[in-house]
Design a protein around this ligand. Structure first.
Ligand code: UDP
Length: 336
């Protein structure tokens, strides 16, 4: 697994190990800490193997695959993911995110690994005209270089699986992943001021930030704030387990497949803030400010395909997800 010490990666390592899979993590720790491996071991009792290198290095990537000839499948999480930064550093984002995938695919071919699960994003849909979005909803031009690397990488996988029929690819288009492991031993650790809503909320609740700024309440939604489909990170991690199983058991219906991974339910920013206060009992100071550039108004998933084909469904209630995010934040800050 690439990016296995990151937010979604670490939760997926746990779920894979608990389902009986043996996991090797590849990560260069550019946006995560090595302590995550201790935390994973604490949760599952199993220490995952770990290789520290940069997957945009072609020779190192191939050498890893040739050396680890028992690898049966790849889950590729490792990527630069800050939307705003991708606008100011496009070449770094394209170089890192696209080259890593090219190196992985080439190495898979040369070492005989045939299954790849790729972490994609609902960002490929832009602002869809019809909601909820299904997998037949057309993709729209990306809003940022980051978003574009997701679309480009999906296309690269599709084309490569077409050219190399022995290779199977499956992309999971995540909606908004939030929460933390119920053990509070792993969770999201943004560097600096968080861009995403839930880490900003938990840091505000912990007293690190004065108040949450809500970016606009003049959208065409019931309470005026934007709507997203917030998916619990453990539910999301479990989607990877079923995806890997599908490919390894040859249950896939096409060489390249893609699925929406969300709850099917849209929540506004205000609804999420209120759910946080209700489930944690913590008061959250907030103010309404202007819109954030590039934000879309509303999006949520139609998850029928994932439900029916993968046999996967999001089950964790939003209150529990937010409580887990809060427990994690308190643990990180040594709060009671
Ligand atoms: N948001 C907000 N204040 C913040 C961060 C986010 O009001 O400090 C809103 C943002 O406008 C969007 C939603 O929360 O409507 C989710 O934003 P996030 O960055 O978490 O995910 P996105 O959907 O933009 O990828």
């Amino acid at each position: 697994m690439t990016g296995g010490t990151g937010f979604i990666g670490s939760h997926t390592v746990v779920e894979l190990q608990q389902a009986g899979y043996q996991v090797v993590i590849v990560d260069d720790l550019s946006n995560s800490k090595v302590d995550v491996i201790d935390a994973i071991e604490k949760i599952t009792g199993i220490r995952p193997e770990f290789a520290n290198f940069d997957l945009s290095d072609r020779a190192k990537t191939l050498a890893f695959f040739l050396k680890n000839s028992d690898v049966k499948a790849v889950i590729h999480f490792a990527a630069f993911k800050a939307v705003g930064e991708s606008v100011t550093k496009p070449l770094e984002y394209y170089r890192n995110n696209v080259n890593s995938l090219l190196n992985i695919l080439e190495s898979m071919k040369l070492s005989g690994v045939s299954s790849l699960v790729f972490s994609s994003s609902c960002t490929v849909y832009g602002q869809p005209k019809q909601l909820p979005v299904t997998e037949s909803t057309p993709r729209l031009p990306a809003e940022s270089p980051y978003g574009n690397t997701k679309a480009i990488n999906e296309d690269i996988i599709r084309d490569f699986c077409h050219a190399e029929p022995s290779i199977k690819g499956l992309a999971l288009r995540y909606f908004n992943p939030i929460g933390a492991h119920p053990s509070a031993l792993i969770g999201e650790s943004p560097v600096g001021v968080p861009n995403n809503l839930v880490p900003y909320i938990t840091q505000t609740a912990a007293g690190l930030r004065k108040e949450l700024s809500i970016f606009g309440n003049d959208y065409n939604t019931p309470d005026g704030t934007p709507i997203r489909d917030y998916i619990d990170v453990v539910d999301l991690a479990k989607a990877h387990v079923v995806a890997i199983k599908r490919l390894l058991e040859g249950k896939n219906k096409a060489n390249y497949e893609f699925f929406n991974i969300g709850t099917g339910r849209g929540l506004s920013v205000l609804e999420l803030v209120n759910a946080f206060m209700k489930s944690t009992g913590v008061n959250l100071p907030y103010k309404i400010v202007g819109r954030r550039a590039g934000d879309i108004e509303k999006i949520w998933a139609d998850t029928s395909l994932a439900n029916n084909e993968l046999g996967w469904k999001a089950v964790v209630p939003i209150e529990e997800t937010l409580l887990n995010a809060w427990k994690w934040e308190k643990n990180v800050r040594n709060l009671k």
